[in-house]
Design a protein around this ligand. Structure first.
Ligand code: DX5
Ligand code: ZN
Length: 223
């Protein structure tokens, strides 16, 4: 499968949001990555349902919703109603993760779990078969434009190994500090979905930046 690109709306121009949504619609991107932050789970507040609903009105590609919030179970139905295709919750925010994964599926969404940089991949061993995607954070969540954490490569390989034979359709998504300098190596390690905010929206031509990320070819055999 060719890898997917999920531009992070967090880095968009919120005063001209429709322009950026249209740009992603036109581009070679696959999903819209939508970061929801509550100021409790992470030290930042992004936006909520009114903005999600505005994006959903114009987005012509699936909404990849990344919930950086405590008690995500309370809002799953609403996120679905506002257009979420994937709902990704944080391992560190879910006391009853197994139940939450089932609840995401029950509302009709693809179920994802995100891991903070300090959380070992092995924490997912009991639920790996139930997941549609795992999001490996390659920065500490909360802000765009941070520096990529190099330890991410080995976590991707460990996740690949954990899922092998148990869940071969699992998508491995990586989020934070991704740019043309590290994307090739991330793909070689086994990444299926690249999230990028700053690298796309601070580029002179964001549509070209998406193209460049999408057109990276991974000639080496995946480990
Ligand atoms: C960080 C968010 C990311 C962020 C990525 O907490 O989850 O999705 O927007 O932005 P860049 O690519 O700028 O690190
Ligand atoms: Zn994100």
């Amino acid at each position: 499968m060719k890898h997917l690109i999920s531009p992070s709306i967090l880095s968009a121009d919120f005063a001209n949001l429709k322009d950026d949504v249209d740009m992603i619609n036109r581009s070679n991107a696959d999903w819209f990555h939508v970061d929801i932050m509550d100021g409790v789970f992470v030290p930042n507040i992004s936006f909520g349902f009114p903005v999600l609903s505005a994006i959903n009105r114009y987005a012509m590609k699936p909404l990849d919703v990344h919930l950086m919030i405590v008690e995500p179970d309370r809002y799953l139905q609403q996120f679905r109603d506002y257009g979420a295709h994937n709902i990704t919750v944080h391992f560190e925010a879910c006391t009853h993760l197994h139940r939450t994964i089932q609840a995401i599926k029950d509302v009709g969404c693809k179920a994802g779990v995100a891991l903070n940089p300090h959380t070992p991949v092995a924490m997912l061993s009991e639920v790996i078969e139930d997941l549609d995607l795992v999001l490996i954070m390659s920065v500490n969540p909360g802000f765009g434009g941070q520096q990529f954490i190099e330890n991410t490569y080995q976590k991707i390989r460990q996740l690949k190994a954990l899922a092998a034979g148990k869940n071969d359709s699992l998508l491995i998504e990586v989020d934070g500090g991704i740019n043309l300098g590290n994307a090739g190596e991330l793909l070689r390690a086994g990444t299926d979905v690249l999230v990028a905010g700053n690298a796309i929206f601070s580029a002179k031509d964001p549509e070209d930046a998406i193209d460049e990320l999408k057109n990276i070819s991974v000639s080496n055999i995946r480990i």
